[in-house]
Design a protein around this ligand. Structure first.
Ligand SMILES: Nc1ncnc2c1ncn2[C@@H]1O[C@H](COP(=O)(O)OP(=O)(O)OP(=O)(O)O)[C@@H](O)[C@H]1O
Ligand SMILES: [Mg+2]
Length: 259
């Protein structure tokens, strides 16, 4: 029933939005009802899904208490736009500011099999709201040595959420993203990360390719644009479903991969 996954990173450009977009797509193809929530004032997820930029109400209205979350769903997306920056500032001055998203999404949990939250590139109030609303955290990191520090910082924020407002928050894993495993640098960064986070590191890595930018620009899924690359996300989804113990869905994914 409606497991909620926050996709986050401390740094920008680690492929969070692409991951939410593509995982949502894979999960929908195996008949799961998935809600994707854009929590970034940049509104990239909304763009990637080709949601009308003027779609209203948006997540900003939900966090500001002007709309119910159910009213803000447009084609199973809750979109965001720049007005979310203002809503975040307003939220900062309120009691229970970290709990706002959790409360707002609660009535939707029964309607969806999974809810994916696309966080902005900072560990500020919006990301904290996502971590408090979530059952699981999924970190993305760029496959570079210099990016590993960002993972440490995100891990600390997750621990803070767990020690405080959301003791139930679980770990889905760390995705080694935008990787070129043919290079020694990427392979060494993977090993170093594994030494730091152990089993939290997901085995499926996502290869780096310009095709992702092309697919984003055309608002199509990498699964359709470049199925050969999309295979990375199919493998990642399988690993995630295994960790979520969603066996039936895993079986359907296997059938999709073999089809
Ligand atoms: N596997 C990949 N290989 C190459 N480029 C990628 C890959 N995944 C995503 N990208 C590209 O990297 C850029 C950043 O990706 P994305 O928007 O998903 O990151 P993000 O972490 O959500 O960024 P932000 O922190 O700004 O929200 C985009 O141009 C995207 O198309
Ligand atoms: Mg993003």
């Amino acid at each position: 029933m409606g497991a909620t996954i926050a996709v986050l990173s401390q740094k920008g450009g680690t492929g969070k939005t692409t991951a939410v977009r593509t995982l949502t797509d894979v999960l929908r193809r195996i008949d799961l009802d998935v809600l994707a929530v854009d929590l970034d004032p940049q509104g990239n997820l909304s763009d990637y899904f080709d949601v009308d930029p003027d779609a209203a109400p948006s997540i900003a209205d939900v966090l500001a208490g002007r709309a119910e979350a159910a009213q803000a769903i447009h084609d199973d997306i809750i979109p965001a736009n720049l007005s979310l920056a203002e809503a975040e500032l307003m939220l900062a001055g309120k009691m229970g500011r970290e709990l706002t998203l959790r409360r707002a999404l609660k009535p939707l949990r029964e309607r969806y099999d999974l809810i994916l939250l696309d966080c902005p590139p900072s560990l500020g109030l919006l990301t904290v709201n996502a971590l408090v609303a979530a059952d699981h955290a999924l970190l993305t990191t760029e496959a570079q040595y210099f990016a590993l520090q960002g993972v440490e910082q995100a891990l600390e924020v997750i621990e803070l959420a767990r020690d405080g407002l959301n003791p139930e928050l679980g770990w889905l894993g760390v995705v080694f993203n935008i990787a070129d495993m043919r290079t020694k640098h990427s392979r060494e960064a993977f090993t170093t990360l594994e030494e730091h986070v152990g089993r939290k590191l997901l085995r499926s890595t996502i290869r780096s390719s310009i095709a992702y930018a092309e697919a984003a620009e055309r608002a199509i899924s990498i699964l359709d644009h470049r199925p050969d690359l999309g295979a990375d996300y199919l493998a990642l989804t399988d690993e995630i479903l295994e960790r979520l113990k969603m066996r039936d869905a895993r079986g359907r994914l296997k059938a999709l991969v073999e089809a």
